[in-house]
Design a protein around this ligand. Structure first.
Ligand code: HEC
Length: 237
């Protein structure tokens, strides 16, 4: 019984720790804490996502009302804060921009971000969103140390400001000031990545909540079964 409890407990731990495979050679990736039980962080991440990402990227597997439920928001709150007036809460998070236009403007169609956290890993996303730098050679005026020659502009430049990149050392340094301190910018990105991790696997939130009850159930079961086992064996010894 003890071993069973341990096995279940560690099984539970390993499913919540989020194993991510980062696939970029050479660049340093900065890990970020993912906490799907932090609803306030997820809500802030959702806000950033709809304001700054959803104009180009979709999350076509995610429905607004499902997201609202998971993040502890009512349909009205979701409607007022996270949606455009024309959409219905049962809609998925799609974009108004036509794929062909996007291709014309950026050379590539911005990919759907529903499962990007699983494809790239959260450390990669965290680093990517912090690593845009000024580069005159690019049409956008910016480049990225984590995703070289990326077709995406630095959409959070107002918050972060712009960075310079030193080719030799590989270091990034501040070129222009943003509205946020670098500490606060990192927090903003962390919330956004937390949100991207959530949309990558929305059922995980429910599993985490269920897991608590399963553990409690096992614990109570143990309290009942252990004295019973003792009682059964008493006469045999
Ligand atoms: C102005 C349009 C635009 C906006 C706004 C935008 N992106 Fe992008 N994004 C792109 C394009 C275009 C690409 C494809 C880049 C490429 O493949 O070269 C891209 C690529 C990405 C990638 C890499 C995908 C991959 O191939 O692994 C991620 C991650 C990403 N964007 C996240 C975001 C996030 C998060 C936001 C909001 C903060 C955002 N983007 C806002 C245009 C945009």
């Amino acid at each position: 019984m003890k071993t069973l409890i341990f096995a279940l407990f560690f099984g539970f731990l390993s499913t919540t720790s989020g194993i991510a495979i980062a696939a970029s050679a050479g660049v340093h990736l900065e890990p970020v804490e993912i906490d799907l039980s932090d609803k306030a962080s997820l809500q802030r991440g959702a806000q950033t996502f709809v304001n700054y990402c959803l104009s180009c990227h979709e999350a076509a597997y995610m429905r607004y009302n499902r997201m609202g439920q998971d993040l502890g928001l009512t349909d009205t709150q979701v409607k007022e804060n996270l949606m455009f007036a024309s959409e219905k809460v049962g809609d998925t998070m799609t974009v108004a921009m036509q794929a062909e236009d996007a291709k014309k403007w950026f050379g590539v169609t911005p990919p759907d971000l529903s499962v990007i956290s699983r494809a790239r890993g959260t450390a990669w996303l965290n680093s990517y969103l912090r690593s845009f730098y000024l580069d005159d050679a690019k049409a956008m005026g910016t480049n990225n140390t984590v995703f070289k020659d990326v077709g995406m502009p630095h959409v959070l430049w107002e918050q972060q400001g712009y960075l310079d990149h030193d080719e030799e050392s590989g270091h990034l340094s501040e070129a222009t000031e943003g509205d946020l301190s670098s500490y606060d910018y990192d927090l903003m990105v962390a919330d956004l990545v937390n949100f991207l991790a959530y949309i990558g696997e929305p059922s995980k939130i429910q599993r985490l909540e269920l897991a608590k009850w399963v553990l409690l159930y096992l614990f109570i079961l143990f309290l009942v079964v252990y004295p019973m086992k003792k009682a059964f064996w008493r006469d045999i010894h």
